[in-house]
Design a protein. Structure first.
Ligand SMILES: C[S@@+](CC[C@H](N)C(=O)[O-])C[C@H]1O[C@@H](n2cnc3c(N)ncnc32)[C@H](O)[C@@H]1O
Length: 230
């Protein structure tokens, strides 16, 4: 299989999906998915149009449609495997949960000024050029709309985040198990702030969500939120 076109998210969350089909009991932003702030960061979602950018199995989106009262949550993911997993797990939550198989930049450009809230939990914001994604998100939000995302505060190796908008190649696996690499943007706080400002966002806030465990698989995260001017 050509690693350039292979679905590098084929394996992600597969073991969990075999045994855990429930809508999660909580919504977390942190790396360990076990502590810190929850969906209140998104504001009151009643009757709002909400988009999850890089939703994976759509567990966060399923939580929002079942516990809050949005008009709709649109869970977008470019991975055929993740989209299929989300459809299998939570397809029954349609039409309030809408699962879309698409690259987020293409999707956002086709949805000018339609979203009230966009969010990403270690999702597409981490794996897409911010120079393309952030302006597309700004275009898809209504005036006063909100973007929130969690992202790594440093590499999983412990190496410091980038001082510029520069991606790193990180290890991944093709569906066949062949080694591959994918690009991940791990950026310092001020770099996100500058990029959001350049894309037209205002009231930019960046907080640190500390790691909740020890060892190589834990990490501090950044929780970033920003608004479009009204
Ligand atoms: C680490 S997973 C996180 C999934 C989910 N947010 C969660 O917390 O479980 C990253 C997801 O982002 C998706 N993704 C990355 N870049 C994307 C893009 N440009 N458009 C759509 N989805 C993207 C991947 O397919 C993958 O499912």
């Amino acid at each position: 299989m050509n690693p350039r076109t292979a679905d590098l998210w084929h394996h992600y969350g597969r073991t969990r999906a075999d045994t855990d089909r429930e809508v999660p009991a909580a919504f977390y932003w942190n790396w360990g998915q076990d502590a810190g702030p929850g969906p209140e960061i998104l504001g009151d979602l009643t009757d709002k149009c909400v988009g999850d950018l890089g939703a994976g199995a759509a567990r966060h989106a399923a939580y929002l449609v079942t516990r809050h009262h949005p008009a709709q949550v649109i869970a977008v993911d470019a991975s055929p495997a993740q989209h299929a997993m989300a459809t299998d797990l939570y397809g029954h939550l349609a039409p309030r949960l809408r699962l879309v198989h698409s690259d987020v930049v293409n999707h956002l450009h086709a949805r000018a000024a339609t979203y009230d809230v966009l969010y990403s939990v270690f999702g597409a914001v981490d794996f897409t050029d911010p120079g393309k994604l952030l302006p597309a998100a700004a275009a898809a939000l209504r005036p006063g709309g909100r973007l929130a995302f969690s992202t790594l505060a440093h590499y999983l190796s412990g190496t410091r985040a980038q001082p510029d908008v520069v991606p790193a190649g990180i290890p991944a696996k093709t569906p066949d198990g062949e080694p591959a690499t994918m690009r991940r943007w791990v950026l310092q706080e001020h770099v996100w702030t500058t990029a959001l400002d350049a894309a037209g966002f205002t009231r930019i806030d960046v907080g640190v969500l500390p790691a909740t465990g020890e060892g190589p698989r834990t990490a501090d995260a950044l929780l970033v939120s920003a608004h479009l001017p009204r």
